[in-house]
Design a protein around this ligand. Structure first.
Ligand SMILES: Nc1ncnc2c1ncn2[C@@H]1O[C@H](COP(=O)(O)OP(=O)(O)OP(=O)(O)O)[C@@H](O)[C@H]1O
Length: 603
């Protein structure tokens, strides 16, 4: 049996994949016969019932608790309908049921984001005529409906990526934007899209062939659902219609939703290709294209589907549409794709590309494979003893293989730690149950493969444990980024063994960048590793101290007319770098340099 993940582990959506054999639904022991969750084997509504006697569960809950657990912690009997599984997070028919806490004290001042945590962040933008950043939502004309929803979400101030990216996108510019995990990228591309659609005053028409104005592509089903849910929150009561399409769920229902009209289609590439080939979706009206976590889509082998969608169907060409790439990591391959899809774009890096936030305390421990379970047990027991375990302190454990995830789930459950697993071999309904059970705190430990490493915004993840290290440092960045989100702090523990040596150098650099204490043995390993190999897995560093970088810069610097690049932030407190670079950009020589470079095909 293969021990490494295949593309299917990521929940790929390809319609070319053979159907999975049906098998009985696995239910972890702590969810069996105890009245908490009854599986729906007969396809009749199952029942999720109460753990009685918890009082005040909704008091003082943190941001975003409205998902799953926000309706009280099972002090009532809930009906679970199989239909819900078609859109697991599609709970947004009424705004109030969504993840908007009006009673959360933490939210009253600054929308629960600890903005101080982002004050010192370095920002780099490159491209021509870069629109200036804003410091408040009020400075941007987002329109009444969207502003109302922003308030209802308790977003009081824009995060740094929003401050810089929204004006760029609102100016109609193509954008390649990189910002740390949990820093608010979803809103950074959703707001301009929703606003653009509202300004067009175009109403999508119901019909057999859906023609969305905007397409948002994302790599996994769960992330796609999450973006859909967020976008619906932002566009609530504005008339903008948002539809989600992803594999693993019946296509018929998704097609029905499309028939009712769609302005924004949020989709995974495989399912979208299927719909286009069935002639149920046309992309000819697309004005806004956003690719979230595009680097992951390439990793998962989606490049042919993405190229088909963007280049070989009826989507308007670059220049005639607005295209945006967003991720926390931008390896070189993605810049290649970007240069094919983007036109006269702005490259924006908020924080160092591929870096992790110092809100996440990173701990790396040397643990041999045979000791890992024992070590994990000690950690979890310690957490339980000091009270950092449970509904408000969720633990996410990453493992390498699907089989390993199942095995660890069972072992933890048998040893008194309720755990559930999520991976690409589970049918979609099981994946959704696992994620929901984790989110609402019923099962405070989730064992996952990389299917859960990207984009998922689960409130209360206090600890990410890399039981098995990923192969790539970018994956490590995304995995640990499931904690320490939106200005909150988090903990990440990695079990490092001999076989992870190729990762040592990149890991040391990453930890140093994030002001983490690096153990001596890890430094030594990094030195050893760099003498053995040239650090093949440290791709994120891409030859630039800034991490990933705008590869067009090389051409500019060769011509010594590098006026277009601006570094903001705290490089020199006495210099207003934005003003300086704006001046440079308005300088005739700079303008000429930019024009030449564009003419020579660099942009
Ligand atoms: N301006 C804001 N004010 C308050 N909360 C915000 C703001 N912007 C985003 N958030 C919240 O911050 C959290 C993280 O946002 P989001 O999921 O968009 O991060 P991300 O940068 O896309 O992360 P990842 O790289 O992991 O995908 C979400 O819960 C979101 O609701």
């Amino acid at each position: 049996m293969p021990t490494t993940m295949t593309w299917s582990d990521y929940g790929a959506e390809s319609t070319y994949r053979p159907a999975r054999p049906t098998r009985p639904t696995y239910v972890p022991p702590h969810l069996r016969n105890n009245g908490v969750f009854v599986p729906n084997e007969s396809n009749q509504p199952g029942i999720r019932t109460a753990q009685l006697g918890r009082t005040g569960a909704s008091r003082g809950r943190g941001r975003g608790h409205g998902r799953g657990g926000g309706r009280g912690w099972f002090n009532q009997t809930e009906r679970w309908s199989p239909n819900q599984s078609n859109a697991p997070f599609d709970i947004s028919s009424k705004f109030d049921e969504l993840e908007v806490d009006h009673d959360d004290e933490a939210n009253t001042v600054s929308g629960s984001i600890n903005f101080e945590a982002y004050e010192d962040i370095p920002v780099q933008a490159s491209g021509s005529d870069i629109p200036p950043p804003v410091s408040s939502f009020a400075e941007i004309d987002l329109g009444e409906g969207l502003n109302r929803n922003i308030k209802r979400c308790n977003y009081v101030r824009p995060t740094p990526i929003q401050r810089y990216a929204i004006p760029i996108a609102m100016a109609g510019r193509d954008l390649m934007a990189c910002a740390q995990t949990g820093s608010g990228k979803t809103a950074a591309f959703c707001f301009p899209i929703i606003c653009g659609i509202l300004n067009r005053n175009h109403h999508s028409r119901p019909g057999q062939l859906a023609c969305p104005l905007s397409l948002i592509l994302s790599p996994t089903r769960e992330l796609t659902c999450q973006i859909h849910e967020e976008a619906r929150k932002f566009s609530s009561q504005t008339g903008v219609k948002i539809v989600v399409a992803y594999g693993g769920a019946p296509i018929s229902r998704q097609l029905q939703n499309l028939e009712r009209g769609v302005d924004i289609l949020v989709a995974t590439p495989g399912r979208l290709v299927d719909m286009i080939e069935r002639e149920r979706v046309s992309l000819r009206m697309v004005k806004y294209l956003a690719l979230d976590e595009a680097d992951r889509m390439l990793d998962m082998g989606f490049e042919p589907q993405i190229r088909k969608i963007v280049e070989q169907m009826d989507m308007p060409p670059s220049g005639a549409r607005q295209t945006m790439f967003f991720s926390a990591t931008f390896p070189n391959e993605i810049q290649r794709l970007a240069s094919d899809f983007l036109s006269n774009y702005i490259f924006l890096a908020v924080g160092r590309v591929g870096s992790s936030t110092d809100l996440i305390a990173q701990r790396v421990e040397f643990v041999q494979d045979t000791d890992k379970r024992h070590h994990l047990m000690n950690l979890l027991q310690g957490q339980r003893e000091n009270g950092t375990h449970g509904k408000f302190a969720l633990t996410l454990i990453f493992v390498e293989t699907k089989r390993g995830a199942d095995a660890l789930e069972r072992w933890l459950s048998m040893n008194g730690f309720p755990a559930i697993s999520i991976h690409g071999d589970k049918v979609q309904m099981e994946r959704e149950r696992a994620l929901n059970s984790f989110k609402n705190g019923t099962t405070p430990i989730l064992v996952a493969t990389d299917v859960a490493s990207r984009g998922l915004d689960v409130p209360h993840v206090a600890h990410v444990i890399n039981f098995d290290m990923p192969k790539d440092i970018d994956d490590y960045v995304h995995r640990i980024g499931r904690t320490g989100r939106a200005g909150k702090s988090g903990l990440a523990t990695a079990f490092f063994s001999d076989k992870n040596l190729p990762l040592a150098k990149a890991l040391v650099e990453l930890m140093q960048e994030a002001n983490q204490e690096v153990p001596h043995w890890l430094r030594n390993s990094a030195e050893r590793a760099s003498t053995i190999a040239s650090g093949g897995h440290a791709r994120r560093f891409g030859g630039s101290k800034f991490g990933g970088y705008d590869f067009r810069r090389d051409a500019y610097s060769e011509s010594e007319n590098n006026y277009y690049s601006s570094t903001y932030g705290n490089t020199d407190p006495n210099v207003d770098s934005y003003a300086a670079s704006s001046y440079a950009l308005s300088h005739p020589a700079a303008a000429a340099a930019c024009a030449n470079s564009y003419a020579s095909g660099w942009c």
